[in-house]
Design a protein around this ligand. Sequence first.
Ligand code: ATP
Length: 323
Amino acid sequence: DKYIGVLTSGGDASGMNAAIRAVTRSAIFNGFKVKGIYRGYEGLITGEIKELTTETVSNIIQRGGTILKTARSQAFMTPEGRKKAYETMQKEHIVALIVIGGDGSLTGARIFAEEYNVVCIGLPGTIDNDLYGTDYTIGYDTALNTIVECVDKIRDTATSHDRIFFVEVMGRDAGYLAQNSAIASGAEAAIIPEDRTDADQLEQFISRGFRKTKNSSIVIVSESPKDGGAMHYADRVKKEYPQYDVRVSILGHLQRGGSPSAYDRILASRLGTGAIEALLEGQRNVLIGIRNNQVVYIPFAEAIKDDKPFDKSLIKVLNELSI
Ligand code: ATP
């Protein structure tokens, strides 16, 4: 028998289960058998693998996280680790590997595919929405909705106390979650990595008179290892404007969890079936993405470019509406 292997790798994202379900069911529908690989590349190295059937993936479309678990595998970064992974694939009769994960996971898949001439197909699973060539990634919409719910609650307390809140959200080096959650929650400003320099963004916000017409303000700050995130901006405002009551809220891991939104379930289902269709067409080493609401294939090399173009019109929208 020939099997298709599926794994989730890197940071977890809501909708990964819906993607596992879609890959499994679509593969079986098309006459393949499926093996689930546990803990990302780690399970491929250690052989932690179980066959997936239509039943084993039932009742998971609505669940956050990933039933296959996920991990960051140091061993897979080494040639010895990847050699073991390849040996496992042969032993388990896995003829194609479907990797659900972010840019790191796809980088691993690309290197592995080049080294051993194995067939890999990627599915974009990350809340950061930072993969090139796809308009959305699985998990992004759910995280965005969770953030907006949280900011709505923070706004209640901000307004009651006349406070300025700096709310830090995830996104790694991408500002999609910050910019769009700011628009959706009616925040006064967003500080995102794509719109450096950060000093300018804070200055702009202050010079617009952040307290002239309002008695509270919310600024969404994208996490970024470079500048220290929300704490850094709050400290600056506290120093320069001691009259303001400044608070920081770091949303943290709650952004990753929860039941996936309808959009993420549909996206995961479309991309999961797209992955099997791509295999049937003889495609290999491509990421299955969505562009203008159409399923598209993006070569790995293109998907992991680290400068996904940011739509600057989103910045204009927020600026105009936050007066
Ligand atoms: P997220 O963006 O949600 O954090 P990610 O897929 O980018 O997800 P990473 O931790 O960057 O998460 O990568 C996941 C795993 O992919 C790594 O732990 C490693 O096993 C593998 N990987 C990443 N980069 C490489 C590489 N250069 N060579 C081989 N494997 C890699």
